[in-house]
Write a protein that binds this ligand. Structure first.
Ligand code: NAD
Ligand code: MG
Length: 388
């Protein structure tokens, strides 16, 4: 039996992971499930999957979780230390699907135990890529990508020599506003930004898709995970979202990964790796699809992509600052404090204030990442106040 733990079990990726595990439940021993405020979901899944522990990230919800689990045999726990304890339980496979910078500490703790970490939490790679991968190397852990584009690149690279790779192309749907007139974007509401044309995902990543902050994070994620140079990485708009990524080799070949937009493919690939196993995803009918289209991303519509280029060039702690500022700007947009189009200027101002030289020349440790994240959040707060 494979021992598995799911961080962010109540979220979109977490629920898709549980769906796969539930279909073959005798093959798995669920060690821990973690969530946030959705205690009802967390408790129900933990009981159903006979998890040893269920953890809410928030102490304030401990009582509720503990009552929901009373007499079920599932232990209740809460808070950041309990998340680390869950990461340290013996496990063969751990899903990292917390949203945001909060996903990093449990992921590092899991890798220190030498486990396999299926990484949906792209923020871990953006904020602390070198630290995460070095921790895996030092302790015999493995990181497998779950972001659909990165799973696609990983699959296209299977058996290939990295020295023959010329470029990596990740696709982008273009998000909710891909066909809006640019001058209308400043009036975009949170509800409008929260509806994705192709994928059903958590609210934060959906809004990040509309602004392409998500693609910005993914460009950085590509650089960190695959160790390719920034000038080898491209993003292209592909409204059908059926090709997830392509790898270009030195003989001119492009290997594309084509599949339905269903995250259970990338999750299932990581869950069964290195084998492939039957997955409950749609089989594409190419003749019915008819055509696949591509266009270059417009940097006026998606200024976050330009910013991502700067962040990749600076390196070091720039990703941590970028992500911290982005999370604050997103919170402020969701709270109605700034406009959709004010998010990128807020983040750009933070990066400028924190200076490229300082960010680029610093060692990436958990402490330095935390410090950059905190400084960026503070600087973002004042930039947000100026916008209001
Ligand atoms: P979601 O909002 O649906 O779920 C997030 C999960 O994290 C929930 O279980 C929530 O309780 C938990 N959580 C939130 N804040 C937390 C905190 N501070 N501490 C501990 N737990 C916390 O998000 P999602 O869409 O499932 O995305 C999860 C991660 O996967 C993100 O990093 C996202 O970028 C990435 N991802 C998601 C998709 C997708 O299709 N949803 C695709 C690719 C990558
Ligand atoms: Mg993605």
């Amino acid at each position: 039996m494979k021992r598995v733990t799911i961080f962010g079990a109540t979220g979109s990726i977490g629920q898709n992971t549980i769906d796969l595990i539930r279909r073959d439940r005798d093959a798995y021993q669920v060690q821990a499930l973690t969530g946030g405020r959705n205690i009802e979901r967390l408790a129900a899944d933990a009981v159903d999957l006979k998890a040893k522990v269920a953890v809410t990230a928030y102490d304030a919800h401990y009582q509720e979780l503990s009552e929901a689990l009373a007499g079920t045999g599932v232990k209740a726990a809460a808070g950041e230390a309990a998340l680390i304890d869950a990461a340290e339980m013996p496990a063969d496979w751990i899903m990292s699907a917390i949203v945001g910078a909060a996903g990093l500490p449990p992921g590092l703790a899991a890798l220190r135990k030498g486990t396999t970490l299926a990484l949906a939490n792209k923020e871990s790679l953006v904020t602390a890529g070198p630290l995460l991968l070095q921790t895996a190397r030092d302790h015999g852990g493995t990181v497998l990508p779950v972001d659909s584009e990165h799973s696609a690149v990983f699959q296209a690279l299977n058996g290939e020599d990295m020295d023959t790779v010329e470029r990596v192309i990740i696709t982008a749907s273009g998000g909710a506003f891909r066909d809006w007139p640019i001058e209308k974007l400043k009036d975009a509401t949170v509800d409008q930004a929260s509806s994705h044309p192709n994928w059903a995902m958590g609210q934060r990543i959906t809004i990040d898709s509309a602004s392409m902050f998500n693609k910005a994070l993914e460009l950085i994620e590509t650089k960190e995970f695959f160790g390719v140079r920034p000038d080898q990485i491209e993003a292209v708009i592909h409204p059908e979202s059926l090709i997830h990524a392509l790898v270009g080799f030195n003989d001119g070949a492009l290997m594309a990964h084509v599949g339905p937009h269903d995250m259970r493919h990338a999750i299932g690939y990581a869950l069964n790796h290195p084998k492939r196993t039957k997955l409950p995803v749609e089989r594409l009918d190419l003749a019915q699809i008819g055509q696949l289209t591509f266009r270059p991303p417009d940097l006026v519509r998606y200024p976050a992509l330009g910013l991502a280029r700067d962040i990749m060039d600076i390196g070091g702690l720039a990703g941590a600052a970028f992500n911290g500022a982005k999370e604050m700007a997103l919170d402020a947009f969701i709270a109605g404090q700034i406009r959709f189009t004010e998010m990128t200027p807020v983040v750009a101002e933070v990066i400028e204030k924190m200076t490229a030289e300082r960010l680029g020349n610093a060692a990436v440790t958990l402490d330095s990442v935390r410090e950059s994240d905190q400084m960026a959040r503070k600087a973002a707060q004042s930039a947000i106040e100026q916008q209001r």
